[in-house]
Design a protein around this ligand. Sequence first.
Ligand code: 13P
Ligand code: SF4
Length: 311
Amino acid sequence: DLSGLDLRAEIERLRKERNAVILAHYYQKPELQDLADFVGDSLELSRKAAETDADVIAFCGVKFMADTAKILSPDKIVVLPDMEAGCSLEDSCPPEKFKAFREAHPDHIALTYINCSTEVKALSDIIVTSSSAETILQQIPLDQKIIFGPDRHLGGYLSRKFNREMLLWPGVCIVHEAFSETELVKLKAQHPAAPIAAHPECPPHIVDHADYVGSTSGILQYAKTMEGDTLIVATEPHIIHQMQLALPEKTFIGAPGADGNCNCNICPYMALNTMEKLYLALRDLTPRIEIDEPLRLAAKKSLDAMLDMAA
Ligand code: 13P
Ligand code: SF4
């Protein structure tokens, strides 16, 4: 029973005792973002995990992110507060099916979104995140054929933006898929001066309304540089916590789902992590990420390609 514990103080104590670094994604609960050593997007969190000299990485995010930390920092203990914190994109792309798809298109390289399993990373040539995808795609020769997976919306967005055909894997993020165009148009009518910032995991009928399209860090940066005082945010609404911390005088409105509010767009996987589970993970050093060495080395190749090519 943890009810009598001052979880924040206990986590502080364990962080020191374990020489742990706490990394959190922008989609985590505010209390987890607030005690993290670093909050960032997928690319920034990968870089932090690769660079840290801590003994333990406590990853407040989803499993593919903690896996990435372990792939890049194999000597560290990597704990994920809840091992069930998956991702619909990862689920959409079973390695055997992805392997067969690759084999059916041997003249294509696989440019793969980081939201996938370690096995799929091992079957890929270059990994991208939403903040590095554009820079990386522009470095690939125009005559090189490309398979892009598992997010068909990010792939479709890149395809349209760079006028470049790619074979798209049919995965989607259930969170970004849930925004309603009808409700977004209604909201925009109520705030005609407010720009819309959207994550490229959103379907085209949402992205087409956006004044800015980019990763979580990109959207946060846009909020800091935009002129107006109100922003409509079409990504997982927990990022609004960082926006309000940085820009307390501005107003941020989460883009709505079909019910007219933004609560249906909370990522159910990210939401599995809690203060209690983080405390237990630091206390017991479990649930722990373990990856077989041959698989890790194979997956590291495509991640290293990303880290080299990302600006
Ligand atoms: P970024 O933080 O890289 O924009 O990724 C968003 C996301 O959906 C992570 O699961
Ligand atoms: Fe996966 Fe979407 Fe959740 Fe990100 S927000 S972890 S892409 S389901």
